[in-house]
Design a protein around this ligand. Structure first.
Ligand code: ADP
Ligand code: MG
Length: 494
């Protein structure tokens, strides 16, 4: 095993097991901040979204944004957590230039959600329940920018006070891959719930990874290191895999792991200790006296539950059982809420579920990929796609006409209907079999030698006949019908 300058033999690597727990910060996509009416919009001009509360001017008082409670309850319900009825906020005290209050409002001993789990499926198909410890509500700090000015560090307080949910897992993950899959699954879930945009480039989800190793069979957990602020799935996986090897190599060399806070350098792929100043860990938590305790009632929880969309695992179940789709299809279709919703609205108009899935996973997705756009920017109505599927099933349209011509026109003229376009483009299929029989006869007579080959066992030439028939008919035939007539006629020639 090799990573950076670290080499470890496979035998030694396999003596150990890694133990990983993640703390994921989910930035909530609320309109206003957690405890003030300042805008929570991303990308505003620096220091534009700030009022006395964000600036912590004397006398400014926080007020809880109800949306953060709603989001926490949604996520808690989706993850099967125990939702705590009586909530308090705490102050976590530390001094930093991007934290004007000198403390962060968070929840310490009594988080809004306890327990819960998230099922993940690994690349080898194995499933695993990732057990959660808790979810708590808190606010973000501002941003310090160290690389824009030669002399000064710049501070942007737009992010100060943006609401976060911190999702803390138990130390149950065992590799970079498991952590990466868990993080991605969590991202998918918060996007489904509509509580976070999951935009990793903008820092909407950031993760601290706690990593330790121990000899296999050992009960006690090893000393852990915490890699801070990982903001992409790839970096998360890389940082963990590197850190596991580093810790093993330290222990193998007779050293001990010191509990440390680390930084991951994406360019080198290495972890290194943060300055000790940032590691000082004495937060003097105490209850936030400016906010009232917050009671979440059963009625509130059931109202939130009713308002929630179907979750990806529920849709997966529906797609594989009721709609009889292969697991692969169900997985792709539920990978994003917009895709699942498009599929669901398509199958309102057609009962050919597999064809709807094929269209979405194939033609439509490659179109979206080509254009570099998402499903929510796709302009062709699901009803039109269903109409195409139904026309193909009736034998009034064939696949190549549908994909190569009709679909292309629909994307250009989304306001036109399938029927209009079929007339305009003269696409309808000749249902007149006498015409079709003539096409078949002429192809069979032109390729008489191939007919002989067919009768001598070379069945592959059928493809050539079909291709020729499509050509002479200019594609205006039903391939199923053509195939049937072709087989009948060729048999008669024997
Ligand atoms: P802290 O109070 O220092 O933040 P927590 O108890 O909240 O510590 O744990 C933070 C995260 O670290 C959790 O995800 C937890 O599962 C994980 N963790 C705790 N101990 C270990 C360990 N020995 N090895 C790996 N992860 C650990
Ligand atoms: Mg912690």
């Amino acid at each position: 095993m090799k990573n950076g300058s670290i080499h470890i033999s496979k035998d030694i690597f396999e003596k150990y097991e890694a133990v990983i727990g993640l703390e994921v910060h989910v930035q909530l996509s609320t309109v206003t901040k957690a405890f003030s009416s300042d805008s929570a919009r991303y990308g505003s001009r620096p220091n534009n979204n700030i009022s006395p509360v964000s600036l912590a001017l004397p006398g400014a008082l926080p007020v809880t944004n109800k949306e953060i409670i709603r989001s926490a309850v949604k996520l808690g319900l989706a993850l099967g957590c125990n939702i705590i009825k009586e909530n308090y906020f705490d102050r976590k005290n530390y001094f930093y230039a991007d934290l004007p209050k000198g403390y962060q409002i968070t929840q310490d001993n009594q988080p809004v959600c306890l327990g819960g789990r998230l099922k993940i499926t690994l690349s080898d198909g194995k499933e695993k329940d990732v057990i959660l410890n808790r979810i708590h509500m808190e606010e973000d700090a501002g941003k310090s920018i160290h690389d824009l000015d030669d002399v000064y560090s710049l501070i942007d307080l737009n992010r100060a006070g943006i609401p976060l949910l911190e999702v803390v897992s138990e130390p149950v993950l065992q590799s970079g891959e498991e952590a990466a899959v868990y993080f991605s699954e969590l991202r998918k879930l918060v996007r489904y719930l509509g509580i976070c945009d999951g935009n990793l480039e903008e820092g909407s989800m950031r993760c601290d990874a706690n990593i330790s190793v121990r000899l296999k069979g050992e009960q006690q957990l090893g000393k852990r290191c915490e890699v801070k602020n990982l903001n992409s799935v790839k970096n998360l996986q890389k940082a963990i895999d590197y850190e596991i090897l580093r810790q093993i190599s330290v222990i193998e060399a007779g050293g001990v792991i010191e509990q440390n806070t680390l930084n991951f350098d994406a360019a080198t792929g290495l972890t290194s200790p943060l300055r000790t100043k940032e590691m000082a860990n004495d937060y003097r938590y105490f209850p936030e006296p400016d906010l009232l305790p917050l009671v979440i009632t059963e009625d509130y929880i059931s109202a939130v539950k009713k308002s929630m969309p179907a979750l990806p695992n529920e849709l997966f179940e529906l797609f594989t059982t009721e709609f009889q789709l292969p697991e692969y299809d169900a997985k792709v279709l539920t990978s994003e809420r917009e895709t699942a919703e498009y599929f669901l609205s398509t199958v309102k108009y057609t009962k050919n579920y597999k064809a709807a899935s094929n269209w979405i996973m194939g033609t439509i997705r490659s179109y979206l990929n080509d254009k570099g756009i998402n499903f929510d920017e796709f302009t062709v109505d699901s009803e039109q796609i269903a109409a195409i599927i139904n026309l193909i099933d009736e034998g009034s349209l064939n696949n190549s006409q549908a994909k190569e011509t009709l679909f292309v026109y629909l994307t250009k003229y989304p306001q036109k209907s399938v029927c209009e376009l079929i007339l305009e483009l003269n696409l309808s299929i000749d249902k007149d079999n006498t015409q079709l029989e003539e096409y078949v006869d002429s192809v069979l007579s032109i390729f008489a030698d191939k007919v002989k080959q067919y009768h001598n066992g070379k069945k592959g030439v059928l493809g050539l006949f079909m291709g020729e028939i499509m050509k002479v008919s200019k594609g205006k035939i039903d391939p199923k019908q053509a195939n049937k007539i072709l087989l009948e006629k060729i048999d008669r020639l024997k």
